[in-house]
Design a binder for this molecule. Structure first.
Ligand code: URA
Length: 454
């Protein structure tokens, strides 16, 4: 009865009180509310939205649906980074060991691919033997020992989000600001953090493509963190093209390893350093973002960050030798170059089409629980604005068979558009959002200038 009344009220634009959110979530987890009812409520929320108090209450109810990690005995700051989801986004794989090598504890909880976007857990599972399902006790012990654990959401943490996330994925209700904010923040607040940095994607490949909606999401999450005593900084970054060159699980892992060895593509490094600098300043391990950046460069050039990744892989049962020899990762049986069909400028590298292409190759799921092929995907070195000549290689397709190569070709033909005039992509990092408000991200001017000169 409770669920029926709440669906009806939300459908008609009413409010749900904090106690009602608690009862609803508790009842849902005990199967007193059916998936059909919850789906109807999610759709009503999608159209009607939630006000700030309702978003706080839903987040709180989801957070309290499970246990939290207690790392308060650690002397070091405990920070995490979360992205709202993108294509080719392997920042977490670089950032977590990098931060751990610089004295920040990183209990990083990540997800699997959602819609057209990839998931950090799937990428990590390209490493033979790597366990992403650690208990809270194991996570705690590992963070104490080596400063970092890369884990999935277990049944212990925010189980309500786990079920709601799957339901949203199958009912077209992912793209809702309060639902995304409550989903992400309920998990992050359960990690017992002293600070959180968010990478809010904007552009055609983001769940919320417009800058206005991205900024609104950022502000909601910054304020949710503040209400729980966790300072949050959000950066808005571009997802109108894939991040880095590799798209696909093992390929992205390999690119992350290269980045930890100092050979990452410039856009990936810029976003990684920008988010890392925020984490280090929030955690008090660097006085300024410039100092943080210098420390990160040293951690990479000295090999300390890569060594920390090796330790994390070893601790979680994976093959640590991949850090020195990424050819040990699964390799696609077929590899084919994709060449420019004509002279011109690269107008778009559509991240959605690339992400869907990875799924079509077998590297992502159409249904939850589907097995995935970690070896397949694309490497796309061209970026919007690049000048290409007919017949010049623009990308590589890694597939398991000839049918996969053909599917890959189709995806890239749709995704990479060549035009007579250059179009300028979104600035890689456009805004910085804190409790004080929204600021343009400094350093942008230089990027805009470079784009204008091309
Ligand atoms: N990532 C999450 O954890 N939740 C969402 O709703 C969207 C992206």
């Amino acid at each position: 009865m409770l669920a029926y009344q709440l669906i009806e009220r939300k459908r008609d634009g009413g409010r749900i009180a904090p106690g009602e959110w608690r009862d609803l979530i508790t009842s849902y987890l005990r199967d007193g509310v059916t998936d059909a009812q919850m789906s109807a409520l999610l759709m009503a929320i999608f159209f009607r939205g939630l006000d700030r108090d309702e978003t706080v209450a839903l987040t709180e109810a989801m957070l309290r649906s499970g246990a939290s990690l207690d790392l308060s005995h650690l002397k070091v700051p405990r920070l995490d980074k979360h992205s709202t989801g993108g294509v080719g986004d392997k920042v977490s794989l670089v950032l977590a060991p990098l931060m751990a090598s610089l004295g920040v504890a990183v209990p990083m909880m990540s997800g699997r691919g959602l819609g057209h976007t990839g998931g950090t857990l799937d990428k990590l599972e390209s490493i033979r033997g790597f366990r992403t399902r650690l208990t809270l006790a194991e996570t705690r012990a590992q963070v104490e020992r080596i400063g970092c654990a890369l884990i999935g959401q277990s049944d212990e943490i925010a189980p309500a989000d786990r079920r709601l996330y799957a339901l949203r994925d199958s009912t077209a209700t992912v793209e809702s600001i309060p639902l995304i904010a409550a989903s992400i923040m309920s998990k992050k607040l359960a990690e017992g953090l002293t600070g959180l940095v968010l990478d809010i994607k904007r552009g055609s490949g983001a769940f919320l493509p417009t800058v206005e909606r991205g900024l609104e999401l950022a502000q909601v999450m910054v304020s949710l963190g503040h209400q729980h005593g966790v300072p949050v900084v959000a950066l808005l970054t571009a997802m109108d093209r894939p991040l880095g060159r590799a798209c696909g699980n093992a390929l992205e892992l390999e690119e992350a390893i290269l980045a930890l060895h100092g050979e990452g593509p410039p856009d990936l490094m810029r976003v990684t350093y920008a988010l890392g600098a925020e984490m280090m300043v929030l955690g008090g391990v660097a006085p300024t973002r410039d100092a943080a950046r210098r420390a990160m460069e040293v951690a990479i050039s000295s090999g300390r960050a890569a060594e920390r990744f090796r330790q994390v892989i070893e601790a979680q049962g994976g093959d640590p030798a991949v850090v020195e020899d990424p050819s040990r990762l699964p390799q696609g049986a077929e590899c084919e170059l994709f060449v420019a069909p004509r002279d011109g400028f690269v107008a778009t590298v559509d991240p959605r089409r690339v992400g869907v292409g990875v799924i079509e190759l077998g590297g992502g799921r159409s249904r939850p629980g589907d097995p995935i092929d970690h070896s397949v995907g694309f490497v796309i070195p061209v970026r919007p604005g690049d000048l290409v000549r007919k017949g010049e290689p623009m990308a590589s397709i890694m597939a398991r068979d000839a049918a996969g190569v053909e599917a890959g070709r189709r995806a890239l033909r749709d995704a990479i558009v060549i035009a007579d005039e250059a179009e300028y992509p979104l600035p890689l990092i456009s805004h910085r959002v804190t409790l004080e408000g929204v600021m343009p991200y400094e350093g942008n001017e230089q990027v805009l200038e470079m784009a204008a000169q091309r």
